[in-house]
Design a protein around this ligand. Structure first.
Ligand SMILES: Cc1cc2nc3c(=O)[nH]c(=O)nc-3n(C[C@H](O)[C@H](O)[C@H](O)COP(=O)(O)OP(=O)(O)OC[C@H]3O[C@@H](n4cnc5c(N)ncnc54)[C@H](O)[C@@H]3O)c2cc1C
Length: 383
């Protein structure tokens, strides 16, 4: 009998789930992907767009192109999810599935910090990365600040990469003497979930470039006129150009469906990504997966991708009866751009006990080329 898999979200997790299922399942079964945006943006490349090394069309693809691969694309806003019935409402129309995969990512909430949106550039969106690309060209002297405005946030390395790429860009434009670069973050250090060695190495990379790093600075508000940031520890910081990572939360439609646990994110079986509802899975940034050290699994595309592979395989297996069940084992890796055409590489197992086993390999030109090759490969493979 024909089955329907309904995939919510056309980001990294949703696209991989849909692509993998469409390859595996006979055409009698339907693979439907629901997405509100017209184009899929490969978010890791926003950092290159910000410094003028990419244009939007280089790093995005039309979501409807997935239709050429036999995936049914429904364009629209998901307004309601009924997980018990595996039903969703999209622009007023109801869709149901035998399986539901929730891959709706994290909702960005700059409005949660007074003054943040009018004061700076949200580097986690295409529009914000584009506006920063232009604004940086007008900064000839003063203070450039990269601000992390809340935890958790996706891609724990990204604000540090952003600061190093912007610093490198300033140096290439011979402005470094006149523009200071600083990072403020509520975290105790960069990428602490990966362990103290990785954190110390990344901090050293940042500070060796003369970037002032201020951990344990949680922002309360910003005065856009005065260009001043206020922190909970009663300190303040001035800026002339502000690039920020906004607060993250689970998407409204997911919260309203009662899918979130105490962490504010969707609890799942950490190996199978099953929710408490039969036939309903959640993957990627929308999930909250506690690790042995008490911190959550970081939000990153590499995990969304790997979880999608596991879920797609297991759904196909349930439908066709073929193959063995797979589990997600918590492995992840990422390139860490440091500017000047060089990147480090982090890799390891976040499910290892008693603590994650992760290594950060030193920056090289090859690793930067590896990151560029991966971007091209990803957009080619899935579109
Ligand atoms: C600047 C930056 C750099 C990054 N660098 C890296 C990196 O180097 N390595 C790495 O592993 N990760 C990186 N990431 C993180 C990575 O992009 C995310 O972790 C990943 O995209 C998460 O995948 P996802 O499928 O869970 O969510 P997303 O890819 O965010 O997709 C969610 C999708 O759901 C859609 N959606 C949401 N709500 C609705 C609704 N109500 N109706 C319809 N559609 C909806 C959204 O439009 C979106 O397309 C980076 C992120 C940023 C911002």
């Amino acid at each position: 009998m024909s089955k329907t898999v309904l995939i919510l979200g056309g980001g990294i997790g949703g696209i991989v789930t849909a692509g993998r299922l469409r390859k595996t399942l006979p055409r009698a079964h339907r693979v439907i992907l629901v997405e509100r945006e017209a184009r899929h943006v490969f978010q890791p490349s926003l950092l290159w767009l910000m410094t003028g090394n990419r244009a939007p069309e280089n790093i995005s693809r039309p979501i409807d192109a997935l239709g050429n691969r036999g995936i049914e694309v429904v364009r629209g806003n998901i307004e309601r999810i009924d997980p018990a019935r595996r039903a969703v409402q999209v622009n007023g129309t109801e869709w149901t599935g035998d399986y539901l995969v929730i891959a709706l990512g994290a909702e960005l909430a700059p409005e949660a910090i007074p003054g943040l949106a009018p004061a700076g550039h949200n580097i986690y969106t295409l529009a914000g990365a584009e506006s920063l690309r232009e604004a940086r060209l007008k900064l000839n002297e003063g203070k450039l600040v990269v601000l992390v405005s809340g935890v958790p946030f996706k891609c724990p390395a990204a604000p540090y990469e952003a600061a190093m790429l912007l610093e490198s860009d300033l140096r290439q434009r011979r402005l470094r003497e006149r523009v200071s670069v600083a990072i403020y973050s509520p975290e105790p250090g960069p990428m602490t979930t990966a362990g103290p060695e990785v954190s110390a190495m990344l901090r050293q990379m940042v500070e060796s470039k003369g970037i002032a790093y201020h951990p344990e600075h949680a922002v309360t508000k910003i005065d856009p006129q005065e260009r001043q940031i206020y922190f909970t520890n009663n300190t303040t910081a001035k800026f002339d150009l502000l690039a920020y990572v906004p607060p993250h939360r689970a998407p409204k439609v997911v919260r309203e469906a009662g899918l979130c646990g105490e962490s504010g994110w969707v609890p799942v079986n950490r190996h199978t990504l099953e929710t408490k509802y039969p036939g309903v899975y959640a993957i990627g940034d929308v999930t909250g997966i506690p690790l042995a050290i008490g911190k959550p699994l970081p939000k990153a595309g590499v995990f969304a991708h790997e979880e999608a592979e596991v879920v797609a395989h297991n759904i196909a297996r349930a439908i066709t009866g073929q193959g063995d069940a797979q589990t997600f084992q918590g492995h992840g890796e990422c390139f860490v751009e440091i500017g000047d055409g060089r990147a480090g590489f982090g890799s390891g197992n976040f499910y290892a006990e008693p603590k994650p086993q992760v290594r950060l390999y030193p920056p090289s030109r090859w690793r930067h080329l590896g990151k560029m090759a991966y971007e091209k490969y990803w957009l080619f493979k899935w579109f």
